[in-house]
Design a protein around this ligand. Sequence first.
Ligand SMILES: Cc1cc2nc3c(=O)[nH]c(=O)nc-3n(C[C@H](O)[C@H](O)[C@H](O)COP(=O)(O)OP(=O)(O)OC[C@H]3O[C@@H](n4cnc5c(N)ncnc54)[C@H](O)[C@@H]3O)c2cc1C
Length: 385
Amino acid sequence: MKSILIVGGGLAGLVNANYLAEKGLSVTLIEKKVYPFHRVCGEYISNEVVPFLISLDLFPEEFHPPSIKEFQLTSVNGKAAQMPLDLGGFGISRFAFDDFLYKKALARGVSFILNKGVEDISYQDDQFLVKTEGETFTVDLVIGSFGKRSRVDVALKRDFIRSRSPYVGVKYHIRTDQPSDLISLHNFKDGYCGLSQIEDGKFTLCYLTHRSNLKKHGTIQSMEAEVLSKNPYLKSVFQNSEFLYDRPEVINEITFATKSPFENHILMTGDAAGMITPLCGNGMAMAIHSAKILSELVVEYSAGKLTRDQLEISYTNKWKAQFATRLWAGRQIQKLFGDVWTSNVAVNIIRRSKPIASMIMRNTHGQPFRNLTTAGCGSFPGKTK
Ligand SMILES: Cc1cc2nc3c(=O)[nH]c(=O)nc-3n(C[C@H](O)[C@H](O)[C@H](O)COP(=O)(O)OP(=O)(O)OC[C@H]3O[C@@H](n4cnc5c(N)ncnc54)[C@H](O)[C@@H]3O)c2cc1C
């Protein structure tokens, strides 16, 4: 049996681990943190993943995640428009969801090495040497699911790592007054902020902005008071909500640059293969979908039905066919955000032409998909692939 090592236990890594263990393969996952933990993420997941999660018994039903069906967009100066979402989604914190997937993987027999970061991965003689602090592992296959930016990217000298990225992400959990089925996206100068419900009646408030905004205003609090609160919707949220953390989760150097789905024979999934702009609310669905595509091929490779070359070519082709257009569309749409004039154009598109707005949204999402080889699939009202 091939030995498989997954580097990074976010959604992509954990879904790969669950899928491969379910198929009887021997899997080890190395994650640098310890579950459960918070991450910067809007925590809205597109319904396209629901049939697949149900089919692998990975849908987090026990958290009663709210169903989200409506979308509201506001411009920098507070013009608003609302429309129904084609597919919709559900809300759950990464604190709860990742821990839920981790426990499912443990029960399936996945071996976890936690609290240990991978420093380098090299490939020679058809095997990988994976170096962590103090230990080196020799394995047949490595899945790279280490997210948007990792020290492994630096060690591999990946192209995108050479240029700095100007984006900063900030997240809070709050209690506020917004309908449970609504996701709102509020523009502010040089950024945008999403708000939607998760488990236990809490809401996730998460925004992306340019580093220069933070630099100009010194602290997150003064940037929120002086920039975000110029949008009257955000002003009301900041003034009338209960903030549940002492301080927000913050990350920087978020990049939307083009990446490659495999490098130095490491097969990349989730953000490690390419990150869609957060306004699309599709990064988590893409992480889950890319894990499905990769795991299916790894099962064939392990059974000797594919060579390494065939595995790499087939995965690259399938990944590009499924995600390249979405990533491109996300980058284009992001240009409409964070500016008074263009954000008003975006609001007007929704107000005046909902079919065009729906078409733009569809370009950033996929169709519902399921695991066709697992019995016991749950039902889902959409078209499935
Ligand atoms: C501001 C913002 C808002 C977002 N909002 C949404 C949203 O509402 N909906 C949505 O669908 N998507 C959203 N996204 C995108 C979404 O968060 C990502 O696409 C998704 O988390 C990708 O999952 P992943 O498993 O690839 O990476 P991650 O979830 O980032 O997981 C990577 C894991 O690898 C681990 N790791 C990294 N380096 C190493 C190492 N060297 N050794 C061991 N472990 C390592 C990390 O600790 C981490 O646990 C948002 C992103 C941002 C930045």
